[in-house]
Design a protein around this ligand. Structure first.
Ligand code: ADP
Ligand code: ZN
Length: 296
């Protein structure tokens, strides 16, 4: 059995599992101070493993960030410049390795979700996939040639600059760093700030959704041009609005404007831009996939 954590700004989802068919137990622990949260996480794994008489082989963590993922760096395993100041410079890998005595593999929450989808979800059979979450924040994880991609730090796909929907639209966006990045314009909090109601409560025929689809389609057109993914998986709370999918697909085709001649986009886009195959479990099961990657 393996241990997995999806570490988020509001909750840590913890799981003991082998794969989606063999889940032993899972829980949600609220994100409070680092000490309290990590102590509760550790207690969960130790108590559950003991009472169920299982040995945990390794731990995978998909975490909010930004993170230092460079194994050569002295700060490897740290959460770096997060706006959640109590968590700045917390070395999540070291804390858990030391107290659980398990090998730990860390990646971004979105890379973990992408890996979960590659192993067991909508990405099965592909080698180059993209997972985007549109929720409290916006982020993207990429699997390139079968491996989670990091590069210099790790991608921050939510912070690309987009063209605003109309010149009359003077919404400034909610990102404290950029005035009109994807996250600032199209995250759940951006929808709430612009339209004055919780994204979950905005009716399906409201103009907010046409604009939202335009922003998402712009971002996807950019990712398609840069990475040429074989499939794009869209998760996160805002994508619970499933009527966004057809709007996004139509706008991606419009924006690409016939330049990319592939049946995957021109004829089968409903199989190219898709919801997660693992539902809301991509991240936490991806953490199990990360733990399993230590076996290889
Ligand atoms: P997080 O990003 O915090 O891990 P979620 O992916 O659930 O969690 O995203 C939460 C955001 O998604 C909130 O801003 C919320 O308003 C929005 N959201 C949640 N459910 C819905 C829904 N059914 N429709 C639209 N927006 C939603
Ligand atoms: Zn930004």
């Amino acid at each position: 059995m393996y241990a997995g954590i999806e570490a988020g700004g509001t909750k840590f989802n913890c799981i003991i599992a082998e794969d989606p068919q063999n889940i032993l137990t899972e829980t949600r622990i609220p994100t409070t101070t680092p000490h309290e949260t990590l102590t509760n996480v550790i207690d969960f794994f130790l108590k559950e493993a003991l009472s169920r008489n299982v040995t945990l082989k390794s731990l995978g963590i998909g975490s909010f960030g930004p993170l230092d993922l460079n194994k050569q760096s002295p700060h490897y395993g740290c959460i770096t410049s997060t706006p959640k100041t109590a968590w700045q410079n917390v070395n999540i890998v070291k804390e858990l390795e030391d107290r659980l005595h398990l090998p730990v593999e860390l990646d971004t929450d979105v890379n973990a979700a992408a890996l979960g989808e590659l192993c067991w979800g909508a990405g099965q059979g592909w080698q180059n996939i993209l997972y985007i979450t549109i929720g409290t924040g916006i982020g993207g994880g990429a699997i390139i040639a079968g491996k989670p991609y990091h590069g210099l730090l790790h991608p921050e796909m939510g912070h690309i600059f987009l063209t605003q929907s109309s010149t009359k639209d003077n919404f400034k966006g909610v990102c404290p760093y950029h005035s009109h990045c994807f996250e600032g314009l199209a995250s759940g909090p951006a929808l709430k700030a612009q339209w004055g109601q919780d994204a979950a409560l905005i009716e399906s025929h409201h103009p907010a959704w046409d604009q939202e689809a335009f922003y998402i389609a712009q971002a996807l057109s950019i990712y398609i041009s840069i990475l040429s993914p074989e499939i794009i998986i869209l998760g996160g709370g805002v994508m619970q609005q499933t009527h966004l999918f057809p709007l996004i697909r139509t706008k991606v085709i419009e924006l690409l404007n016939g330049y990319l001649q592939t049946p995957a986009i021109l004829e089968n886009i409903e199989h190219y831009i898709v919801p997660p195959g693992l539902g809301t479990q991509s991240g936490v099961l991806g953490a199990i996939a990360l733990a399993r990657s230590l076996d290889a």
